[in-house]
Ligand binder design. Structure first.
Ligand SMILES: C[S@@+](CC[C@H](N)C(=O)[O-])C[C@H]1O[C@@H](n2cnc3c(N)ncnc32)[C@H](O)[C@@H]1O
Length: 184
């Protein structure tokens, strides 16, 4: 997975799904967000590029809207990623896409990269929550709304070395086909 770690797949995935509404948590400069074709888009960031400027916690405290797709890609420290997940499941109608669930190498465990957000995928695996994880783009992961469940903090800790053999990945076409079921 390492050599294709930075290939970005949220744009082609979202544009194939054609959601009516899309929420991106963590938008950086907004390049991917702008490339996603969708009639109602909201992005959240603590920098100046979000359509909502502030933390994801602040956004969820004020938000009353619902979204077909929520893309979680803000702070990857597990306590933040878990809060984003638990908030997102309350407003996502079709599916959630999670970024940085599979650090391609241990070097990606740095806080400014994937950090320890993989503990959320580990919780999904341990709880038998159905999902699909891409074989690239740091393990972009899709969970359909019918499988959402809340997790309580703290999640079980597991080392990166113990976690990696538990991960099953699929190619992009299969991820798209699976995500499409959320739009039937
Ligand atoms: C990995 S980047 C997002 C990349 C973007 N989704 C893309 O596809 O290009 C993570 C972003 O999350 C933002 N961020 C970090 N912690 C945050 C928080 N608590 N609330 C909102 N945004 C946060 C950072 O400012 C950064 O721009």
């Amino acid at each position: 997975m390492a050599e294709r770690a930075v290939t970005n797949k949220i744009v082609p995935l979202a544009n194939k799904l054609q959601p009516e509404s899309f929420l991106e948590l963590g938008t950086l400069r907004g390049d991917n967000f702008r490339a996603i074709r969708c009639p109602r888009k909201v992005s959240v960031d603590i920098n100046d590029h979000g359509t909502f400027k502030g933390t994801t916690d602040k956004f969820f405290a004020r938000n009353k809207a619902r979204f077909d797709v929520v893309f979680i890609d803000a702070c990857h420290d597990i306590e933040f990623a878990l809060r984003d997940w638990n908030n997102a499941i309350k407003v996502a109608d079709r599916l959630i896409v999670l970024h940085d669930m599979v650090p391609p190498t241990a070097a990606f465990l740095q806080r400014n990269k994937c950090s320890n957000a993989y503990l959320l995928l580990n919780a999904l695996i341990d709880a038998d929550v159905e999902h699909r994880t891409l074989d690239q783009d740091c393990g972009l992961t899709v969970v359909l709304a019918e499988h959402f469940r809340e997790f309580t903090s703290p999640l079980q800790l597991i080392s990166y070395q113990e976690f990696m053999p538990k991960v099953q990945v699929c190619p992009f076409q299969r991820l798209v086909a699976y995500a499409g079921k959320g739009f039937l």
